[in-house]
Design a protein around this ligand. Structure first.
Ligand code: AMP
Length: 139
């Protein structure tokens, strides 16, 4: 798949659009999903132009998984959710809507259905408060 550098996550990575940052290192960035499917829904992206998993350069695979693992543990601690779902969609037929590779970190609780995918905007102050809680849980 060709990479479109005007996609929304590329623009976030370039600092052209705002986001609620949770964690950043040399090769990855984690920030709050603006239309969360559950409270604490966080995204992790590599800092390279990869539209999907197939396009990820090998040197980003380890750092991307390491950040996902670390942030998932912090999301679990910050939300108190007993379950954490990691999702990653490739291609529009799979439901992908932003064509810069990302992992979804989604808290799950017994009996709590997920909100619809990429559907309802969360209030910025709620996202900011949750990002702060997750950052605190990262230590
Ligand atoms: P996917 O459908 O797997 O490509 O997921 C894209 C995700 O990006 C969805 O969960 C959207 O809610 C989320 N999203 C879209 N725009 C933004 C944005 N500006 N900041 C944060 N998350 C976003």
């Amino acid at each position: 798949m060709t990479y479109d550098p005007s996609n929304i996550f590329a623009r976030i990575l370039r600092g052209e659009l705002p986001m609620h940052k949770v964690f950043e290192d040399e090769k990855t960035l984690a920030f709050m999903d603006i239309m969360p499917q559950a409270e604490g829904h966080t995204l992790v992206v590599p800092k390279c132009p990869a539209a999907d998993l197939y396009a990820l350069p090998a040197e980003f695979a380890g750092p991307l998984l390491a950040t996902t693992q670390r942030v998932a543990a912090a999301v679990k601690k910050a939300t108190g959710a007993p379950g954490i779902m990691i999702a990653q969609l490739n291609g529009k037929e799979a439901g992908q809507t932003v064509f810069h590779l990302h992992f979804h970190i989604i808290p799950r609780r017994h009996g709590a259905d997920l909100a619809m995918h990429a559907h309802k905007m969360e209030a910025p102050e709620k996202l900011a408060a949750m990002a702060e809680k997750i950052r605190a849980a990262l230590g």
